[in-house]
Unconditional design. Sequence first.
Length: 296
Amino acid sequence: MSNSAVSLRRKIATASDLIAIVRTMKAIAASSINEYENAVSALEDYDRAVQLALLVGLRQSSITANTQTRENENMVAAVIFGSDQGLVGQFNERLVDFAVQTLSEHPCRKRIWTVGERIQTGLENCNLDVDTSFELPNSMSAITAMVSQIRSEIENRRIRGDIGPVYLFHNHPVSGATFEPHCLRLLPLDEVWFSEIAQRDWPTQNLPEVIQGRKQAIVAFVQEYIFVSLFRACAESLASENACRLIAMQRAEKNIENQLETLGTDFHRLRQRVIDEELFDVIAGFESYGAATHRP
């Protein structure tokens, strides 16, 4: 077999191995999307219960949700969820552009916390220095520990008066495998936030009330609200990341399939040409032999 045929066989084998890997990555991405979306859906009821509890506590008390903090209005904090791995298209780039544009509306100083390594470079290229970087969770069970770290960091900074408003930036799933950048002002829980949840009706005729430890209860509910918001942001970001990866893998699969089809056609054409050449040689040899045997 010629060197060209051997080379084509090698390329076909490599492409076949690669498409098997791509299909495995597609299956993993699709499974991860479903897992993270289910987690976000399951979180909705708990989030609603926490906000209703806050509503009851704040209605019955003059205590505000931010009594234990000394806000620094000259320092805005931003938690930005990116990715650790590649093959996600413009996932990080779109979020960086959105975060830079949104934060530019605040002329004060910024304290940036990132989740994921790849988004850090993009922010630094836009002259936004990253203060702290957190490791992106690689599974659903790891989100809780990471969120607890961020919540503790926020709480400690606000108690010391190092930061003021806190914003969350992450990619939010829209429909199917599409996403869009999203921003949520996590803190402070001001009158605007309170007026929004104050418009809700209590779901039953029995109105609850806090019997004792009202201040401690409100602080605990605020902490739960922060936890839920961070957890949802992380889960939605991971779902969006896997959606981007799924799209990339679908494109890669299509390209590899086209390449395999082209390589297969080239191989069969080359093989047919070799067979034709061998047949022509046999025929030519037979005719030469026949001519020699019939020579007088």
